[in-house]
Design a protein around this ligand. Sequence first.
Ligand SMILES: C[S@@+](CC[C@H](N)C(=O)[O-])C[C@H]1O[C@@H](n2cnc3c(N)ncnc32)[C@H](O)[C@@H]1O
Length: 408
Amino acid sequence: MSPRYPLMLDLSGRRAVVVGGGPVAARRVRGLLDADAEVVVVAPELCEDLAVMTGDAQVTWIPREYAPGDLGGAWVVQTATGDVSTDARVAAEAEASGIWCVRASDATHSPAWTPATARVDDVTVAVSAGRDPRRARAIKDRIATQLETGELPVRRFRRPRNGHVALVGGGPGDPGLITARGRRLLADADVVVVDRLAPRALLAELDPGVEVVEAGKGPQAHTMTQMEINDLLVERARAGQQVVRLKGGDPFVFGRGGEEALACAEAGVPCEVVPGVTSAVAVPEVAGIPVTHRGVARQFTVVSAHTSRRGEEPDWEGLAGLEGTLVFLMGVSQLGEIVDGLLSHGRSPDTPVALVERGTLPEQRLTPGTLATIVDIAAAQDVRSPAVIVVGEVVTLASQLASGDGRR
Ligand SMILES: C[S@@+](CC[C@H](N)C(=O)[O-])C[C@H]1O[C@@H](n2cnc3c(N)ncnc32)[C@H](O)[C@@H]1O
């Protein structure tokens, strides 16, 4: 087989004919529509996907078998009828008329074929691997994943863009629990403004030229005020930088991400929020505690135990009366108040409680007890922040669901 000549076609507004009405034809039509082509489908019947696509104004359906002359005015034709002789007739007409024809049933006699493709932002990956489409797909997937995760940085190939802020939820601590989108934005950042509880291991992967600003935000140590953080994000984006605000868990769960997004909106700075895996669910989960479980808990409530002002204490009466699981964040130093608040409003001293420290990290530790015992146990075990406090019957599942000491 002689080497093939790669080419990218601009099909926008140009006629493309697809002969065939099955799932392969449907995929071809989808690709042609993505390229903005005017698509004509020739087939007596359509599969469900293709029938939906005919609702698109750019698709015309000719509901019958292929007939010579159907390719008139086409730039490109895809034939995927499932019938080799029909595909051959279509290919012969295309050849005679000087139209590129892709034959789904017979790649070896096809003068053109579509490579395995993926799009990541403005990058199109197109791979052809001899006669082995599976190998081509595997290579394409690998490149696309590397682009998605930032392992293969897109930045170097891009032209300069306007400044932008991304509020990225980094997940509870394990660097593998950030989203692919978050990772890609990190790989593309000029400056990363990071919280203490964000997954620190990700910082080691940054290019040496990337500036890292520590925003602090420990329980007692705020290196920067919230106002200073907001101003910094806006300032840097206005200076044209790609700013990633890397936060622990999810940006909008007790993370003040909403305030940062508002500050950007008020300043007219483009801001994207990338959701993260919240510790409220993930940390109990990796310790073997599902926050809901059939027959045990139908709902869960996430509460901030941290109160910066008097009069803002949690509503203990309301919380004690709730069904299901209670999950407290920022609660280690308030453990005594949590226990008193729940006991004094009617919760049983036997209610199971678990403290999960540094969830998803190698130092993860689960400390179980009950409302009656947990304060003394926590003191004896020297339980420290960051930890999630889980109150409710679901805690008893930990011994069945977690392996060993609860670490993954
Ligand atoms: C300011 S809140 C931020 C929550 C975060 N936005 C989220 O969605 O997970 C910080 C609290 O989250 C909890 N937390 C965060 N990461 C944790 C981890 N890896 N292990 C245990 N608790 C964690 C602790 O209760 C900590 O005090």
